[in-house]
Design a protein around this ligand. Sequence first.
Ligand code: LLP
Length: 406
Amino acid sequence: MINTEIFQLIAKKFKTPAYVYEQELLKTQLLTLANAILWRPLTILYAIKANSNFRLVRTLVNQRLPKGVILGVDAVSPGEVDLALRAGVSNQNIIFTGNNVSNEEIDTVYKKGVMVNIDALSHLEKFCRKHSNGRICIRINPNVGAGHHDHCITGGPDSKFGIWYSQAQLAQNIADKYNVHIVGVHQHIGSQILDPDKFLYAMDVLFEIAPIFWDLSFVDFGGGFGVPYSPEEKPLDIQSLGAAMSLIFTNFCDKYDRKLKMVIEPGRYLTAQAGYLLVKVTTVKHNPDGKIFVGVNSGFNHLDRPARYGSYHHIVNISNPNGPKRKVRIVGNLCESGDKFTPEERKIAEPREGDLLIIENAGAYGYCMSSNYNLRPRPPEIMVTKRGSVCEIRKRQTTEELVASA
Ligand code: LLP
């Protein structure tokens, strides 16, 4: 945890709002996951969409991992592929899992030597026609979905993702017709999953159909590993989940009679808890009906999750930690009434105008989902190292830049 003095120093030096990341925690999360899953070989594809800050990605790429574990990247656009390559990830350790992407995008990425994960039978046919003898991965919709919000459930009958599991044989037949090798099978059922049984059940479903693909070298279970957002939420027991995943994987490899590589694609698990959005209270409004609106100098243009999904983000008043607890609504500075950091009324140590608040768990799907709505600049991103030194890893946009490019 970054201490209050460092947040205060950052506010002074770089002003607010600012995204702040704790470098050591990024490394710890990666190592925890790498050690929890016992199966080797293991490739951890960082889902770069969760936070694509270059220096943050480099922190993960530079981390030494246990023997048999490799860090790669799960990319969903040509831009993400290029960023991963620029961050030093080998093309062999990137998988492109696009959804409804164009054939041109698939070709561009494939030409860079990146494994393409095919999401639809029509794309498979087109790909195979062009690339006889090619090697690909297939994304399956296993008819299982999970996640913290409907928008983040990516498996099941209402999901647009993947090839429906019962069409697996059709997919293999198409590949066989053109002598294309389906070397990987993939699923990603959703995001922010805290129930280990959901993962294990989905693995079982995938393994029921996986033997149809006779030429596999890896199986990719996607991401979705959840982290606690509210004090009541229990963390995922990653050690027992990792052990159970490894056991199911061993059993499958025995049955398949080939030692396969396990692949996972965590995004949030690696970065969420390492990030904070540091904001300042601009306004405290006491209404006659007793409601207290605490306005801050940021909004859903910087952290969209509370407004978009109703997500809980823990908020701490670091300027007045021992102040009396007050029931307040923390709201942003955008001209929309949905611009709330607390979708509910919440008890917080009394916020006063000028106080600094930290909004926790902002390291995943924070900055990368930000916008210039209301023509407001994006905040800077600051990395705090183990020794407490502070480094600006992306500059604040300026109003002049925004106006010039409008
Ligand atoms: N793999 C694929 C194919 C994905 O689509 C995703 C996330 C991941 C891996 C990583 O999932 P994670 O481990 O981070 O749960 N904006 C939402 C989350 C959207 C997730 C999209 N896909 C949020 O703020 O909760």
